[in-house]
Write a protein that binds this ligand. Structure first.
Ligand code: XIL
Length: 383
């Protein structure tokens, strides 16, 4: 049976069944092909072995890290450390690394006093070996609380001791290797700026963040501590709540060094002025600014089936304007810019929004996109 398929992994799945046409009725063959297709569609696209394996050769291009006066990072997964097309780009382009998932509490903290370090260790070791700075993400996030901790049966003191032990253990394991940590991620509600309901808020009370920052600082006084959130660039209530927390921390001497602004934006929203307004508020407070989690959706309304040249150009202009706005900040406030993923088909946004999109700097074939050029041009045009 002649099997045509576009992707090599698909072909190799079907090839062992090539003899079926001589020995089976058409309906059975059809059923098997259907089941295999469902199975293939269900495959985790994050597995490099299941992605299109052969990148087209691209010419030499300038790595962002060679031009940027601040770290340029990428979110990465240990499963891709064995994929040469990925690591070649990481090493050529970037100077900083974040774990996309493996340094969060749920994968790390598997039970009381029990840890699974493999993924996080592999990423940190790789980064150190290749001269990449590591930003830890994230000590506490309500979405990655391990179920056993969410349902913790001890009293509030025991809960807090457990969380404190966790922070101390993780921060000290990577002391000297991880330069900065997101201590808390996404603690404020959309629209109101109220504190989200979470195990931490419930068990430790409304001042829980201050104590988490203190515990991280006590574990490693040299590590830089960040609060990280989305929506603080477009939601006035959320932004006000975050700034009030920072003012309160600074008035009480609670350690905080910087803020991560998750820039999950689209090619046409929100206005750049929303982002610069928030950055200016942080500059006024003397904080370091991390444009964390950068991705720029080009298909927010679902009107594209493929990426058009016009939308790609709009994405380029958007990235360029954002990077230029960051470049205009005082150097001491520019902490880093981090891309939330390496190439388009691996972006978390595709599952999250359930529609095609092309939000990153590299395409499926590992080629730098116009958005990459936009980032580079903004760096090259810095005064
Ligand atoms: C996402 C990762 O990209 C996914 O791989 C993971 O399954 C869920 O988390 N805000 C954050 C990030 O702070 O940690 C999230 O990352 C995306 C939204």
């Amino acid at each position: 049976m002649m099997i045509f398929c576009k992707f090599e992994p698909f072909c190799s799945v079907f090839q062992p069944f090539a003899h079926l046409n001589v020995s089976m009725p058409a309906s059975i063959r059809l059923l098997i092909l259907l089941l295999l297709t469902i199975c293939w569609l269900g495959c985790d696209s994050s597995d490099p072995a299941m992605d299109e394996p052969d990148p087209e050769p691209v010419g030499e291009y300038t790595g962002l890290k060679t031009v940027a006066p601040y770290p340029v990072g990428v979110a990465f997964q240990s499963g891709r450390l064995t994929s040469t097309p990925h690591t070649q780009i990481v090493e050529r382009v970037f100077s900083s690394l974040m774990a996309e998932y493996e340094m969060k509490m749920e994968p790390l903290f598997t039970g009381p006093g029990a840890y699974a370090w493999d993924g996080a260790d592999a990423l940190v070791d790789y980064a150190v070996a290749n001269g990449l700075q590591v930003h830890g993400h994230t000590l506490v996030w309500h979405q990655t609380t391990p179920p056993w901790l969410e349902n913790f049966s001890g009293d509030s003191t025991a809960f807090e001791e457990t969380v404190r032990d966790y922070i101390t253990t993780v921060v000290q394991r990577y002391q000297g290797k991880v330069v900065s940590w997101d201590v808390v991620n996404e603690a404020f509600e959309d629209g109101t700026g109220a504190l989200r309901d979470s195990a931490f808020r419930r068990r430790m009370g409304p001042d829980f963040m201050a104590r988490l920052f203190q515990y991280a600082h006590a574990a490693d006084p040299d590590v830089l501590l960040f609060y990280n959130d989305y929506g603080t660039i477009w939601d006035p209530q959320k932004r006000a709540a975050m700034l009030a927390m920072i003012d309160d921390f600074q008035a009480r001497g609670i350690p905080i060094d910087g803020v991560g602004l998750q820039v999950h934006i689209t090619y046409n929203w929100p206005p750049l002025s929303n982002i610069t307004d928030t950055m200016n508020e942080l500059v006024r407070r003397g904080l370091k600014i991390h444009l964390s989690e950068l991705d720029v959706r080009v298909n927010p309304d679902g009107d594209l089936a493929t990426l058009t040249a016009a939308r790609s150009q709009a994405q380029k202009e958007r990235v360029k304007a954002l990077v230029a706005a960051f470049n205009a900040l005082p150097p001491e406030n520019r902490f880093a810019i981090t891309l939330w993923g390496l190439r388009d088909p691996e972006s978390w946004l595709i599952d999250f929004w359930g529609r095609p999109d092309w939000p990153l700097l590299f395409d499926a074939l590992f080629r730098p996109k116009p958005a990459y050029d936009g980032f580079l041009e903004a760096l090259q045009e810095m005064p």
